[in-house]
Design a protein around this ligand. Structure first.
Ligand code: NAD
Length: 436
């Protein structure tokens, strides 16, 4: 790697053609631009840069599935193995009507950077099926999950590529997929998939691992700022797996007061803070946080702009933008969601002195405990929950400090620093292998 290569980055290297998207920015182009920016700063070798702009392999699948009506329906899907220089590919499978090859390519690239930032010995991949899972019966969903594995199972394996749940796929779907894979290979191979139910080789502590990893990062960031979080206020956008567990753990581990939360049906505020058990039970009972007794309704933009110590975006992409970033008053923005902040907003927050903990790092607790699950499957020996928590905390702290030190030495914001850490690690592995 040498800074003298800068001129070669003026022209983007040739890469695989991207497909058209009907709405919004093409996520794969965004992923390539993020790579280009970090590559320019570190003066990445041009061949390494070109190699990292495209997935190493992709499989396009066509799957016949018998529907409950007796008719056969044809589904299409993908598995993209982005880069396995640092170890077997790792990445979830999404079932979504808007799934596209470029979304899967982008997510596979981000998995490559996430495993590298966490310094876990894995590469990055992602899979997807174009379908509306809400319109499928449980038995149709099972047949589709098994059909996916009959096709993609040829390139999956504990030493090659390990899927996990993602949007609209669940531990039950992982269990069907595992069973199909074991049937294909005529033996139990628990390590081929993670996010499994505990009764089928899943890991203790996987359920809240994403939020827990984010909370460990927040604690590190507060320490760096000299900020006392005990009794300090937090707001959470999104009250699903990541957001609701962030509420529980922000209260339990940091002593914080969560004063605003939202979900797709509403947004609520109480300056005294919400008790997790009561709000969680209410959401489970009614399906939403909206209307929780003692709360006042506020708008989503009001939630984002509250005067809090920590803001957790835990729902959607692109919610902190150039328009609202100047009004964000949080001292720490902890990205549990993937992609909640636009590049323009990154710069605005950085210049305002807001500490942003980027998604690559902040929500990497999930993939880290998935890695622990693989390790336990390989050993056939399972850890107690407190051991999982202890090991996760150590990994998160180490990764946080690597990003923080890189941000300081390159004088860049934390997101760019996370990319720099990741890309340097993947490039080093490719160089050692003699690929570039
Ligand atoms: P989830 O489906 O469990 O929860 C999503 C929540 O967001 C729901 O409460 C939903 O009502 C809410 N929501 C949807 N639209 C909203 C809106 N307009 N305003 C406010 N809230 C809205 O999903 P999750 O697993 O918690 O994932 C949330 C984010 O975290 C996603 O970006 C996901 O990619 C990311 N993430 C999750 C994990 C994980 O392990 N769960 C790991 C890494 C990243």
């Amino acid at each position: 790697m040498s800074a003298s290569n800068d001129a070669s980055h003026n022209t983007a290297p040739l890469t695989i053609p991207v497909t058209e998207t009907t709405s919004g920015p093409n996520p794969f182009i965004t992923a390539q631009q993020q790579l280009d920016q970090a590559a320019r700063i570190i003066g990445l070798d041009p061949a390494a840069h070109e190699l990292l702009r495209s997935p190493l392999r992709e499989l396009h699948l066509t799957m016949p599935v018998k529907m409950d009506s007796g008719q056969t329906k044809i589904f299409h899907g993908f598995r993209v193995q982005y880069n396995d220089a640092r170890g077997p590919n790792k990445g979830g499978i999404r079932f979504h009507p808007d799934e596209s090859i470029d979304t899967v390519r982008a997510l596979a690239a981000w998995m490559t950077w996430k495993t590298a930032v966490m310094d876990i010995p894995l590469g990055g991949s992602k899979g997807g099926v174009i379908c509306d899972p809400k319109a499928l019966s449980p038995s149709e969903l099972e047949r589709l999950s098994r059909a996916y594995i009959r096709q993609a199972g040829r390139i999956l394996g504990p030493d090659t590529d390990i899927p996990a749940p993602d949007v609209y796929t669940s531990p039950q779907i992982m269990a069907w997929m595992l069973d199909e894979y074991c049937a294909m290979h005529k033996k139990n191979r628990f390590g081929v998939i993670t996010g499994k139910p505990i009764a089928l080789g899943g890991s203790a502590g996987r359920g809240d691992a994403t939020a827990r990893g984010g909370i460990f990062c927040v604690r590190e960031a507060a320490e760096a700022l000299g900020l006392n979080l005990s009794g300090a206020r937090a707001a959470i956008q999104g009250y699903g797996n990541a957001g609701s567990n962030a509420h529980k753990l922000a209260a339990e581990l940091l002593g914080m007061k969560v004063i605003a939360v939202s979900d797709s049906k509403g947004c609520i505020y109480n300056p005294e803070g919400f008790a997790f058990p009561a709000l969680n039970a209410y959401k489970k009972q009614t399906g939403s946080v909206a209307g929780f007794p003692g709360s006042a309704p506020i708008s989503n933009s009001e939630l984002l702009e509250l005067d809090v110590a920590v803001l957790f975006p835990a729902a959607l992409e692109s919610v902190i933008t150039a328009q609202n970033a100047p009004d964000i008053r949080a001292k720490i923005v902890a990205e549990l969601a993937n992609g909640p902040t636009t590049p323009e907003a990154d710069t605005i927050l950085y210049n305002k002195g807001v500490i942003l903990i980027p998604d690559l790092l902040c929500n990497a607790g999930g993939v880290t405990v998935s890695y622990f699950e693989m390790v336990q499957n390989a050993y056939g020996y399972y850890w107690e929950e407190d051991e999982v928590h202890r090991r996760l905390e150590k990994k998160m702290k180490t990764a946080f400090r690597a990003v923080q030190q890189t941000a300081q030495s390159y004088k860049v914001h934390n997101r760019l620093a996370a990319y720099i850490v990741a890309i340097q690690r993947v490039a080093e592995a490719m160089k050692l292998r003699g690929w570039v």
